[in-house]
Design a protein around this ligand. Structure first.
Ligand SMILES: [Zn+2]
Length: 291
């Protein structure tokens, strides 16, 4: 969906955003247990970008790609095509993802590295594509950066028949490993002198967020440390999607306190357009203001 491509500049770093599923509307109870539309409606600042007038939450599934010091890096790869997943909305979706990447200035063959903030199905899908019945790497000339701790955890889940759906490992992770394209990294990995990772565990054990610092400007890509800006109203509240809810809540609180009321632009991995903005104090809590 070319009309959803968005560009930012953080100092010398170019960032582009590619949307795969735009502004999906759902009940807030999906994210926050037992919560109601009425709860959503009380936060007027969520409208119109992040919630509907009726009190449904809106989330997008999107990827980011950045250029730093001549290096092109994909940050997460969305859901992917030709997938069989638990929910219909993610199955066999048809999009122009690769065309959009090229239109944004990053044709697939120009990608030098693919970083997955974590290994959930909606962040690894376009790692691969289906060609004549086989899953092959979408970016064969790139290095794929998987967190060591994150990867080991998913392998453990699969080996133990773990509590979490791991079908996507088969089509989105295994072919990359088999092709020898993986570099296993630590949660504080530095991509360039402008772009580094920092650990934001809880959603998954090895989850990372991405910090960009260049020319006196700063931005951070959240990953799934937070799914929706409504979580700023109570960062410590447990979210349904997090593997370790208590740890995820503490991580969110630390993140919010670190970046609130600062110049640091926050780019929310599932935040609907305009996606980027700033965390500011709002009474006892916080809210999100957009550009
Ligand atoms: Zn996600």
């Amino acid at each position: 969906m070319k009309q959803h491509i968005r560009h930012w500049r953080i100092g010398d770093v170019e960032v582009a955003r590619i949307v795969e599923v735009n502004a999906f509307e759902d009940n807030i109870a999906m994210l926050l247990k037992d919560e109601t539309a009425e709860f959503v409606r009380q936060f007027a600042w969520l409208r119109p970008h992040f919630a509907t007038a009726e009190g449904l939450m809106k989330i997008s599934f999107q990827a980011f790609v950045l250029r730093s010091r001549g290096m092109n890096v994909m940050i997460d790869t969305c859901i992917g095509a030709d997938r069989k997943r638990e929910y219909d909305v993610f199955c066999n979706i048809k999009t122009t993802f690769l065309e959009d990447l090229a239109a944004a200035g990053f044709p697939p063959q120009s990608i030098d590295a693919v970083l997955c903030t974590h290994l959930h199905f909606d962040h690894v899908g376009w790692n691969t594509r289906l060609v004549e019945g086989r899953w092959v790497p979408t970016f064969p000339q790139a290095r794929y950066l998987f967190g060591r701790q994150e990867f080991d955890h998913w392998v453990y889940l699969r080996n133990t028949g773990g509590y979490h759906d791991f079908e996507h490992l088969h089509d989105s992770i295994d072919p990359i490993v088999a092709a020898g394209l993986v570099d296993y990294i630590t949660t504080d990995h530095q991509l360039t002198d402008e772009v580094s990772l920092f650990p934001t565990p809880g959603h998954t054990p090895g989850h990372v967020s991405v910090l960009i610092r260049s020319g006196g400007e700063e931005a951070v890509i959240t990953g799934d440390m937070m799914h929706h800006p409504i979580q700023l109203t109570d960062p410590l509240r447990h979210g349904n999607f997090d593997m370790d809810r208590e740890l995820a809540a503490r991580t969110r609180q630390v993140f919010v306190e670190r970046f609130a009321n600062s110049q640091v632009r926050v780019i929310g991995s599932h935040f609907c357009d305009p996606t980027a903005g700033w965390i500011v104090r709002d009474g006892q809590a916080w809210k999100f203001i957009t550009e």
